[in-house]
Design a protein around this ligand. Structure first.
Ligand code: HEM
Length: 329
């Protein structure tokens, strides 16, 4: 299933770029089309794009096609104003820089050590492993002590859901989209059961679900529906982005042995200063200049984000071209 997601995504991105390029040659850098069944204006013009991204106040708000919205739910990219501020505040407290420094860095380090433990001397399918790794690492941050059997069961439904976000929204049994909608129901049921279980127990956990559920009087209190959407957003946003970037970083390091050596030297220098079993800390992470350069260069060379989307609810003029909403629809 995850390999299918990869191929479907790679095909979608490839097809998207190919159609984009072909249409840009035919119609220029600004034209009307349909994306995943939704009427869409495509802009590849840097000036117009800057204007669009900087003008949320003029009604150009984040918004994704129906297929994505109905599968992912009312997540952060679909809410605006005060609700967006609250959801974003909650997200930052869970996965923002302070959360990374205080909690996530150690958790990810712990998980990766055990995950990589038995790779020595083996041939591994790096595409398969980076997808699995990204999902497990996010899931362990969300629920620290659910058994792997639960995570695998959850992942099977989540993968169907993720695949459906890039399919045409035909709600007909047998289609990818229909399977995605059914999978979303299962995912939400499993999350709801986890929330009920946590509320019924007095035991505390050092994970995202506990922070969300026990945030009774907190600044960014969310209701149960919002908690489920928040978890779905975290899992979906950090899934294919991180796995593809990791896979490509490994490929580039294999292609450039001198850079690989520089990264290894950097890591071993940090390791040498550590006692046996001592974990890396924030200062170690901040000192990894070679590693950071590899990550940034990988994101520059192999960007997984084909574009960003904005929704408008009124007629709009861009670069002298007038887009009438009723004509668009
Ligand atoms: C290589 C990794 C990643 C890349 C390239 C990436 C890229 C992006 C981009 C381009 C946006 C802006 C989308 C827009 O304006 O419409 C975005 C937003 C977002 N990303 Fe990522 N992302 C990555 C990793 C992650 C991870 C690991 C998480 C969470 C665990 C995450 C969570 C989010 C969220 C929640 C938003 C929406 C923020 C808002 O609306 O305020 N991303 N990402």
């Amino acid at each position: 299933m995850l390999t299918m997601f990869y191929y479907a995504l790679a095909f979608t991105i490839f097809a998207f770029f190919a159609v984009l390029k072909w249409n840009s040659i035919r119609y220029g850098s600004l034209f009307k089309t349909h994306a995943l069944g939704s009427p869409t204006v495509i802009s590849t013009d840097p000036e117009i794009n800057r204007y669009i991204l900087m003008n949320e106040a003029k009604g150009l708000v984040p918004g994704y096609p129906d297929s994505m919205r109905k599968i992912l739910g009312t997540n952060i990219s679909e809410v605006h104003g005060a609700v967006h501020k609250r959801i974003r505040g909650s997200l930052l407290s869970l996965i923002g820089p302070i959360a990374v420094k205080d909690r996530l860095l150690t958790e990810v380090d712990d998980f990766m050590s055990s995950y990589l433990d038995n790779w020595d001397g083996k041939i591994v399918d790096i595409q398969e492993k980076t997808v699995e790794m990204s999902f497990f690492v996010s899931m362990k941050a969300v629920v620290e002590d659910e058994p792997n059997s639960f995570i695998e069961h959850f992942k099977a439904s989540f993968d169907k859901m993720a695949l459906a976000t890039i399919s045409l929204p035909f709600k007909i049994p047998g289609t990818q989209y229909y399977r995605g909608l059914k999978a979303r129901e299962k995912v939400l049921t499993m999350l709801r059961e986890l929330i009920v279980k946590r509320r019924a127990s007095s035991a505390t956990h050092n994970d995202i679900l506990d922070q969300l559920v026990r945030n009774e009087d907190g600044k960014y209190k969310l209701n149960d529906e919002e908690i489920m959407e928040q978890i779905t957003t975290i899992l979906y946003s950090g899934y294919e982005t991180v796995s593809t970037t990791t896979m490509m970083a490994i490929k580039y390091l294999c292609d450039n042995p001198d850079i690989l050596q520089a990264v290894r030297d950097e890591h071993f220098a940090i390791l040498q200063k550590k006692l046996h079993g001592e974990r890396i800390n924030w200062d170690d992470y901040k000192s990894m200049s070679q590693t950071r350069a590899v990550i940034l260069e990988t994101m520059r060379l192999a960007s997984v984000v084909a574009g960003v989307m904005r929704r408008t609810t009124k007629d709009i003029e861009l670069n002298g071209v007038f887009f009438n909403l009723s004509q668009l629809l």
